[in-house]
Every structure is written in C-alpha cells, then in structure tokens.
Design a protein around this ligand. Structure first.
Ligand code: C2E
Ligand code: MG
Ligand code: MG
Length: 704
C-alpha cells in the first residue's frame, strides 16, 4: 500500500457554478475529505493557490466567465499546481468535450447527473495514484541526493558486497587511491593494503564489523603508484531484512598531510633539527628506559657528557654554516663509534649526551670513549677550510652511581668540566667527592649572594705611579669582601666561586658603578686620577656589556671617559679573540681604553697583540717579582717592554715590591709601576689621604 497521510485528510476543491451539483457532491464526500467550494473558475484558481493546495480538483466545464477548459489550462500552467489531478464534471451532451479535456491534462471524467458511488471510486483511485506519484517523486529525489553525496563527497567511498568484493567506488576514492572503478570492481579491498598494519589489526577490525556492524580508525593504505597514505576510515555493515550481510560501506578521508604534520611536530619535539639525533626531552626518556633495562640485565650503563673543545672559534672564524656542518660531521663520527642500542643526544650548541648500554666493565666504556676522542679529533675539510675540534668527555656508570636521569647527566657534566680543566681532549669519570665539592660550592654561592645583598663588598685602591716623574697616575680598584667574622677577604677567596654564575656579572656591574662614583667624587675634589677596574671575561662578553657601560657613563655627565681604564686578562682575550676585539672596539668608541692584565702568562704572540686594541700592557707580577734573580723572568720582562715600544703601547709593571725592582724597571725602560713598594691596596678614604701625603720616591725620581 502506498503511504498516504492518515491524519491530514485529503483536500478536494470543487469548482462548479451550479449550487445543486455542489451541494450533493459536497455532502457525499465531506466525511471522508476536506471539501472546498468555488463557484467560478477565477475563485477556484484563487483557492487552489492557497497553501496547502488541494489534492484533487473536481472541475465543471460549463461555467460563465472562465469555463472549465480555461481554468484547467491555467491550473496546468501553474508549476505548483500542475500535478494536481483534475476530474472534469460533464453533462452527457458534452461527451465530445472529453477529448478536449484529456488533451488539457484532465485525469478523469464524471458525468452528470453524478452517481455518488462512481464518483467516490474514481476520486479514490485518482488520489491513490497521486499518492504513488508523490512517493515516487520523493524516492527519486532522495536517490538523487544519495547519488550526489556519493559522487561529490570529498571523502572516498567504497561499497563492497557480502563477500567483500568491491561493487562501487566514488570519484574521491579514485582521487585518493589512484584506482578507477574498472581497476577495482570485483576485487577485494586488500589490494589497498600497505603492509603497515599487523594481521591482528585486521582481525580486530573484522571482529568489530561482524559484532558491532561498525569499525573506525586509521589505516595506512597504498595507492596505485605504490605510495602510502593515511586514511581515517569508517566502515559499516549494511544488513538485509533477514539480518544477513548485504554489503559493506567504507568511507575514508585522506589524512596523510595531517599525519605528516603530526609526525614532524613529534620530531621537532623529540629530535634535534640540525643533527637529527634525539634532543633533551627524548634523552630523558631513553635514560629512564636504559635504567630499567640495566636493572633487568644486571650490566652497567654509562652516561657520558660531551662538550666540544674549540668549537666557538670555528663558528666565529668561518661562520655558522661551517659550524653547523661541523656539528653534523661530528655527530656522524660519534654515531659510528656506537652500538645499535646506544643513544646519542644533542642537548645544547656543542654539547651531547651519550647513553651506552650493556657494558660489562668500566674499561669497555673507556674503549668506546677513546675511539670517540680519536674520531672527533680528526681533521674535517668544510667548504675548503680544514677545521678541527676535539671533545672533552665526562661519564658516570650506573648503578655504581645510583641516581636518576637528571642527576646522572649532572654528574657526567661535572666530570666533563674536570676533563676540560685537566687540558681538554680527554675523558674523566665522575667522582662523588667532586660532587660533594659542587654541593659546597652551591652553599658558598648562596652565602656570596647574601653578602652582595648585605653590601659586604668594598673596593680597595692600589696606587699606580710614574716612578721617574714622581707622579701619581691613578689607582687600580680591587674588590674585597668584608666578612662579618673572618675580616677582609681578598678576591682569591671568593671570586673563583662565582665564576660562570649570574653573580659574576652582577658584581662586575657593581664594581663599575662604584668606581665611576668614586671617580666623580675625586674629580670634584680636584684629583685628576685614573681608575682601572678588572673586568672578568664573562662580564666583558655579556651581550649587554657595552650598552651598560654607555648607560653608566651617561649617569655621570661631565666626566672624562679617559679616566677609566678596563683591565682584561690576556688569557681571556685570547680565548675568544674575535668577540673580545669587537667589544674592545665598541668600548673605545665610548672613549674607554684597555690594559691587558697579567701580560706574559698567555701566549703573547705578536699576531695576537697586533690585533688586540689594548692601549697598555700590564706585566704580570710573577715575572716582575722574580726578575732580579731569575734570568728567564728578566728576559720576559725585557721582551715585553721591547714589544710595547715596537707596537707603540704603554707599559706598566705590577708586583713592584722593592726599590730594586723599581730601579731595574726604570733601567729597562718601564717607568709606570704598581706594587707593595709603593703602596698596598687600601680603602677609599685611606687612599685619598695617601694621595695628599705622597712624596716621590728618591731612588726612582728623575732616574733612567
Ligand atoms: P690583578 O688585577 O692582577 O691585581 C693585582 C693583584 O696583585 C692584586 O691582588 C694586588 O693586591 C696584588 N699586588 C699588587 N702589588 C703587589 C706586590 O707588590 N706584590 C704582590 N705579591 N702582590 C701585589 P688582589 O687584590 O688579591 O686581586 C687579585 C686578582 O683578583 C686581581 O689581579 C684581579 O684579577 C682580581 N680582581 C680583583 N678585584 C677584582 C674586581 O673587582 N673584578 C674582577 N673581575 N677581578 C678582580
Ligand atoms: Mg688587574
Ligand atoms: Mg695582574
């Protein structure tokens, strides 16, 4: 049976100008149908166009104004109404009119006088037919919709029969998989298999399809060209009325791009972009796994910290590209020394961590490390440059060192630091005693931070004079710690502890600020003196050093910058020539000059000296103090003085402990001096008094 609406009754519109006919028909049908009546063609049209339109029209032919034919024509011309079945009501003598009526699209005829029963049957039949037509129309449109979903879907659709042979695929399927319908019709979808999923995966999928009629998930498939793609897939089982499998519908979206992005993100999160080895995040994970595995196997695991020696100069000299290539080359060489289960991770610029598994004894680890030392030290030719670095290694063995991942890294790092101190290009095993020292160092550091906050640091001043002219040149500012219990402490007791910490720079900034404010006070008192301050290498190379210096100078207007001199250690300057030279030039732009402190203890190479823009060389006190009885030291002092003449630099000697020292220096051509023979370092107030009281030293005055 067709699906006729039961609640809403059919609406029948009767158009007839003869009230008698209408009354009879209307009465007879009103129980069954909703009846509407119009007494003229134009009224009928008006009613028909109301919403909802009638389901059937009974139309009289003979009417004044607009007759039945005209009315019918108008109805058929109206698109919303054209499908409404029209039954003409004719008188017997109008029988010829049937032909005309049918040609206008009439569905049937009733002949007057109307037999109610015939009318009822005919009406019923027409309505039933109209119902069927509507149902067909509905199905057709839903089929059209389904077909367009299938055809235009962006997702691939595959339909298989009960035996899981492909019956139909859509255009998106062909686009994604590369297979046209002809390629796959009748075939099993396993032709798409990439081999990436296990049999177990497919078993679980079928289990779900057969028990829950549905499965969804991600499948790696292979396209016609053999390339692998990721498909986010949903498969449904379609059953027939008896519950048997009729077919399967698979819908899938190509998520390869998404998967690749996800993969890349994971790589970025876990691997070092430059060298491709694991980064710190993945490393910690690997160490945790290695610890667990070592506990099971009962073997040893070595955790090594590697830091390249001399990498920075390569970077500075040849540029970052070469530096990067070197890192890649070094990574490859280290990896060549490892076994399959070992991990190499890059955790910083030129810092790596190595996890060596399944070691039976310590010597086995050392064999690997020796190999690494040799491989890394090999010369590399990059873009025509022959570059070489070495590596310093620290390692610790688990479970001898029963610590967690982070602590193991810290221990290996400490050991690496010792390897560096002992001359680089070597390995060093972690020593728990050193760790104890490190802990104490930590305590000391917090004590020093507190001391800084409590303003326990002061500057002492040691005069510098020109012996021959009998003139005070200025003073070197030397830091002291006024320890509440231990009294005045010299730098050797605390400066090494803050090396490489933030406090090193903070303290350096404080010294600079202090020195400048003393200078201003002295200048106000009419004392034209210079102050030399010692700048630690880390402070000098701090990115904001020059800006801070400029800012400090700006705080002291009217102050002549040539009163300030910066002393930097010769050794520090040589460590990072390129950068140090840059900073020195920038400071000179501000009017500040440099002295190379402890000169003679570095390489003192002529080439170095030529490039470093230092105004003054300060001969290290160890040579000066011993020159009177050590010919070699005397030769060095003489050599340095000659050097300054050749290069047009100033020279000053420190460690002048006696009149003889001074006399000897004058004889050698060095008139500027600093030392206990002149004065020891002293507090600022004492220094002011000292300047006022000072008399030239006769033994040196006007001597050559
Ligand atoms: P330096 O810059 O070479 O300073 C000279 C050191 O030699 C001073 O030691 C001074 O007391 C000592 N000295 C001077 N004349 C004589 C002498 O005739 N005989 C002997 N035996 N020694 C003499 P001090 O004050 O203990 O400073 C040691 C080092 O600490 C300095 O060596 C300098 O490198 C560093 N230093 C001192 N103050 C500062 C500072 O404010 N900042 C930085 N970064 N380092 C500082
Ligand atoms: Mg100094
Ligand atoms: Mg010195």
């Amino acid at each position: 049976m067709i699906d006729l609406p039961t609640e809403a009754r059919f609406k029948i519109l009767i158009i007839d100008d003869t009230p008698a006919n209408i009354a009879l028909l209307g009465l007879a049908l009103q129980d069954e149908y909703e009846i509407q009546i119009a007494t003229s063609g134009s009224k009928g049209l008006e009613l028909a166009t109301q919403d909802p339109p009638p389901d059937l029209i009974l139309l009289d032919i003979m009417m004044p104004d607009m007759d039945g034919y005209q009315t019918c024509q108008r109805i058929k011309q109206t698109p919303e109404l054209q499908n409404i079945p029209i039954i003409f009501v004719t008188a017997l003598n109008e029988i010829d009119a049937e032909v005309q009526g049918l040609s206008l699209g009439a569905a049937d005829f009733l002949v007057k006088p109307i037999n109610i029963e015939t009318a009822r049957l005919r009406i019923h039949y027409q309505l039933e037919r109209e119902g069927m037509r509507r149902e067909l129309e509905r199905r057709e449109s839903s089929l059209r919709l389904a077909a367009s979903v299938f055809a235009f879907s962006h997702d691939g659709i595959m339909i298989t029969d009960a035996e899981n042979n492909i019956i139909n695929v859509n255009a998106a399927f062909s686009r994604i998989s590369g297979y046209e319908l002809e390629d796959v019709r009748g075939k099993n979808p396993r032709i798409l298999k990439s081999g990436r999923q296990s049999d177990e995966f497919y078993r679980a999928m079928w289990h779900s399809l057969l028990t829950h009629n549905h499965w969804n998930g991600e499948i790696w498939n292979r396209n016609k060209n053999g390339e692998i793609y990721a498909a986010l897939t949903s498969i449904s089982t379609v059953k027939d009325e008896q519950g048997g499998i009729h077919h399967f519908i698979g819908i899938f979206a190509d998520i390869t791009l998404l998967k690749n992005q996800q993969y890349n993100l994971e790589r970025i999160a876990h691997f070092d972009a430059l060298t491709g080895v694991p980064n710190r995040v993945l490393l910690i994970d690997r160490i945790d796994q290695a610890i667990a595995q070592t506990q099971r196997s009962g073997n040893l695991m070595a955790l090594c910290y590697l830091d390249l020696d001399g990498f920075k100069p390569v970077n500075d000299t040849y540029g970052h590209d070469i530096g990067d290539q070197l890192l890649i080359a070094v990574t490859r060489r280290i990896k060549e020394c490892l076994r399959a289960g070992d991990t190499l991770a890059r955790i910083g610029g030129d810092e790596f961590v190595l996890v060596l598994l399944d070691i039976k004894e310590g010597s086995e680890c050392q064999t690997v490390l020796n190999r690494i030392l040799a491989r890394v030290a090999e010369n590399t030719v990059l873009a025509g440059h022959s570059v070489s670095v070495s590596v310093s290694l620290g390692f610790t063995l688990y479970p001898d060192d029963l610590s967690d991942a982070e602590t193991l890294i810290r221990h290996a790092d400490q050991a690496m630091y010792v390897a560096k101190q002992r001359g680089k290009n070597r390995y060093q095993r972690f020593d728990p005693f050193l760790d104890q020292q490190a802990l104490e160092h930590g305590k000391m550091l917090s004590r020093l931070e507190a001391a800084f906050a409590n303003q326990e640091f002061v500057l002492y001043f040691q005069p510098k004079i020109n012996m021959r002219l009998g003139k005070i040149l200025g003073a070197e500012a030397l830091i002291r710690w006024q320890h509440p219990l231990r009294g005045v402490l010299s730098p050797a007791e605390f400066l090494p502890q803050i090396m490489g910490t933030e406090l090193e720079v903070t303290l350096g900034q404080w010294v600079l600020a202090q020195a400048l404010s003393y200078l201003q006070t002295w200048q106000a008192m009419g004392m034209q003196l210079t102050i030399s301050i010692n700048i630690s290498p880390a402070h000098l190379l701090n990115a904001s050093f020059v800006d801070e210096l400029a800012a400090q100078l700006a705080l002291h207007p009217g102050f002549t910058p040539d009163c300030l001199e910066l002393e930097i250690l010769e050794t520090a300057a040589l460590d990072d020539m390129v950068k140090v030279t840059q900073v020195m030039h920038a400071c000179q732009q501000l009017g500040i000059e440099f002295a190379l402190d402890d000169f003679g203890t570095g390489y003192s190479s002529l080439t170095y000296l030529k490039t470093l823009p230092a105004k003054t060389l300060k001969i290290d006190k160890s040579f000066v103090m011993d020159m009177l009885n050590d010919a070699e030291d005397l030769a060095i002092v003489t050599g340095i003085i000659d050097l300054t003449r050749t290069f047009g630099r100033d020279v000053i000697a420190e460690g002048v402990e006696s009149l003889q020292h001074g006399s000897k220096l004058l004889e050698l051509g060095c008139a500027n001096a600093q030392g206990f023979a002149i004065a020891r370092p002293m507090p600022a107030e004492t220094f002011i008094q000292w300047v006022k009281d000072w008399q030239p030293i006769k033994a040196w005055f006007n001597k050559d």
